[in-house]
Design a protein around this ligand. Structure first.
Ligand code: HEM
Ligand SMILES: N[C@@H](CC(=O)c1ccccc1NC=O)C(=O)O
Length: 301
């Protein structure tokens, strides 16, 4: 039987084998005596987590000791991005369904993940320029620029750019997935539609815009958010939604900043393996504003 697709285990998990000593000994620590030890016929920790695949997916190409850090830093980031996308897609659906409470829970989780990824840069920053130079030639033309999960996160948050599909042209299934994300309304588009459904005035043009284009400032959206922020008690859920989105963009900006700073300390202003100018390209990305009206209203309130 496939260990990844078993039904819930109905066997008892503890206390099934009668009397046991209260305290541990040298060979069996306290609380350990009923531990299950034979996994020859049931799903183990490693089976459930597919650790055989996960822990055999690190394949350094250089003889350099530090490449393992580089690989694991990226793989763990991609795993967290997978969860972010899972949460962001569900949050968007909840906004569509007017279910804001579960959406808030999901958006909080996404912000916490992003904060964790911000902290994670400190691990990679232990890699010095000579250490990275030793392994960089082995990266070829691969680059984070080609991270399809990252691009989908940018797209679901509204930073749409059709040119960013090109790095995926060589992989038709992936291209189709990223392209679908480009054309779907963003989480923020759905938040704006929700405001309209709740009686706030949004210009028809904003509601009918092409979702494949990047979010642009819209005066009617700012006016709607201003109405919310001027009377939070009246619009408590939308007020909370606005702040959840600001939390998320705040964390995302910190991630971008830590990326560009870590890159500068490791490769300076060298051109990127992905073909961009490198740090100068990443600095330009610091100017991206995901939810423009939510920031502008702070000046105008
Ligand atoms: C030594 C460490 C790193 C260096 C030197 C580096 C360098 C760069 C450079 C130069 C670019 C611009 C594209 C290019 O021309 O290559 C880039 C883009 C990117 N990198 Fe990194 N990076 C590093 C680590 C990471 C890590 C740990 C992640 C996490 C997943 C990451 C994710 C990305 C993403 C998503 C982009 C695309 C950004 C965008 O288009 O806005 N990078 N990186
Ligand atoms: N763009 C980096 C290479 C790089 O960072 C990278 C290469 C392969 C897989 C992930 C990477 N990380 C993020 O850009 C460079 O120019 O050195």
């Amino acid at each position: 039987m496939c260990p990844y697709h078993t039904s819930p285990d109905s066997e008892p998990t503890a206390g099934a084998s009668g009397a046991s000593p209260a305290a541990g000994s040298a060979s069996s620590p306290a609380g350990w005596h009923d531990a299950r030890l034979d996994f020859s016929s049931s799903m183990s920790y490693g089976d459930y987590l597919a650790l055989d695949q996960l822990l055999h997916a690190q394949h350094p190409r250089s003889p350099d000791h530090n490449e393992m850090l580089f690989i694991i830093q990226h793989q763990t980031s991609e795993l967290w991005m997978k969860l972010m996308l899972h949460e962001l897609r569900a949050a968007r659906q909840n906004v569509i369904d007017d279910q804001l409470r579960p959406a808030f829970k999901m958006l909080t989780r996404v912000s916490r993940i992003m904060e964790q990824l911000v902290q994670a840069w400190a691990v990679l920053a232990t890699m010095t320029p000579p250490e990275y130079s030793a392994m960089r030639p082995y990266l070829g033309q691969s680059s984070g620029f080609q991270s399809f999960q990252y691009r989908e996160i940018e797209f679901i948050l509204g930073n749409k750019n059709a040119a960013m599909l090109k790095p995926h042209a060589h992989h038709p299934e992936r291209l189709a997935e990223v392209e679908a994300a480009l054309h779907l309304p963003s989480l923020y588009d759905e938040a704006v539609r929700l405001m309209a459904r709740r009686g706030l005035t949004i210009d028809a043009g904003r509601l009918a815009r092409d979702p494949a284009l990047p979010t642009e400032y819209d005066a009617s959206v700012e006016a709607a958010w201003l109405a919310v922020y001027r009377d939070p008690a009246q619009h408590w859920e939308l007020y909370e939604l606005g702040e959840k989105l600001v939390d998320l963009e705040d964390a995302f900006r910190q991630w971008r900043f830590r990326h560009v700073t870590t890159v500068e300390r490791i490769i300076g202003f060298k051109r990127g393996t992905g073909g961009t100018e490198g740090v100068n390209y990443l600095r330009r990305m610091l100017d991206v504003v995901l939810f423009p009206e939510l920031w502008k209203l702070r000046t105008d309130l």
